[in-house]
Design a protein around this ligand. Sequence first.
Ligand code: FAD
Length: 503
Amino acid sequence: MSDSGNNQVDVLVIGAGNAAITAALSAHAEGASVAVLEKSGKDLRGGNTRFTGGVFRHTYQNVDDLLPIIKDNDSPGDVIVDPYTADDYYADMARVTGGRSDPALTKVMVERSYETVCWMAGLGVPFEFSRAVGGVATADGKKTQLAPGGAIRSLHEGVGLSANLFRLLDEAKIPVFYETPAHRIVTAPSGEVTGVEVRGPEGGRTIDCRAVVLGSGGFQASPNMRTSYLGADWSLVKVRGTRFNTGDLARAAMEIGAQSYGEWSGCHATPIDSDAPTYGDLKLTDKTNRLSYLYGLMINLDGKRFVDEGEDMVLYTYAKMGRKILKQRNAVTFQVFDQKTAPYLETRYNTGVPQEANTIEELAEEVDKKYGHMGFGKEAFIQSIHDYNAAVQAGEFDPTRKDGKHTKGARPEKTNWATSIDEPPYLVYGATVGITFTFGGIHVNTDAAVVDHLERPIPGLFATGEIAGGFFYQNYPGGAGLVRGAVFGKISGANAASAARGA
Ligand SMILES: Cc1cc2nc3c(=O)[nH]c(=O)nc-3n(C[C@H](O)[C@H](O)[C@H](O)COP(=O)(O)OP(=O)(O)OC[C@H]3O[C@@H](n4cnc5c(N)ncnc54)[C@H](O)[C@@H]3O)c2cc1C
């Protein structure tokens, strides 16, 4: 295919995030000619992938399994790694999705997670241990207990992942056409995919191809689709990542008969800094997240607690916590900590400015200075902290695991990490909800082929990543998004290359 993108290519890949680029590299490795279409300009390229913490959830028996992935980029001396087996992964998926995750798709994701991350490392994507996200320092501060399943991340997080994936595209001489959103999938009368219509810098045109891989993300950046599918409350929420994932290709695929699949009213949404920008900021990437609520309290504008902050380890609750915050007035919450738990705050809190005071009453005054105009319930806030403190039961606080240190008589109860708020200075971080990605999408089978309502593959059409539904419902285990995209990226690229060969 020429630089103008006019000639036929074997495999056309739509999008330039982790899912799409792994598909492009996989198709190239199978001998196909490949081109990538990207909606954004070069400066904003990389989709949500560039914003990620780079955590990849995959199976491993022990730290030795991780060493071929980590290579010389890191050393295992100061980390504690518990085994994370396929059974653990299945159990996590079943628990967080309420047993709804598609069993066949989940099996592929779980069973191929380790080999796919090894494949990426072999291609030249560097990884390191994931200490900052999900990792917790042991009591003596000497080691870090890594999150089960989430033990590694790409070196320099999503920014590094994205840069390395684009480097690999360059090395493979796979062209990327920027500012070229695809909007329609062209089919022959037989139903076979023959090309894609785009609106490029020079205007509209059709690019011919033998197979297409859709890797264009979810629809979380479309206020219109958010409102239509997630509900009116989601119309105004902040978007944690890219502004370009607006569901264009999910709609285009459904127009040619693709089956919609999964939880179209569901999404991944987390607590983020209440002052975070409307869309993700590439200087902050995922640093607006506010995920240490486990060790403190979350109190709403009315001064009330509304959730069990200590229900589970962070990577199993953070993705559904945004939805709970959205239900609070003005979608605002105050995360309260004292000096016993402040040392356990993720380093990402450094990007925010807390309200700080030496008594709970002064703390309420400080919060009122910023949020009083919204009708902050100052007295109720003070009372909620006192009520919670009175309900805290004896027990040993252990941030590295579910410690069972709980409250009795608090409303709602806190089931783990319940320590009293009594060691000043006290801190409040204001948080709101940020949407990460949507759960509903089009239906792919285990070959990453897009299927119609009779479960028949649409000839020449494949998909991977956030555009595919059926994996996550209500909630999500942290790090499964990148792995899902890479596992099905590798499969979709190979199968698209084979379809292009006429195999
Ligand atoms: C702040 C943040 C942190 C995260 N951290 C993690 C993490 O640590 N681990 C994890 O597993 N997941 C994480 N995620 C979830 C993450 O979004 C996914 O796991 C993963 O990056 C999605 O990859 P993708 O390739 O499917 O989509 P994306 O990376 O979003 O790529 C989609 C691409 O398609 C392009 N596109 C869209 N429409 C069109 C069109 N019409 N034509 C052409 N191109 C188009 C977009 O511009 C974009 O480049 C995080 C997300 C965010 C926002």
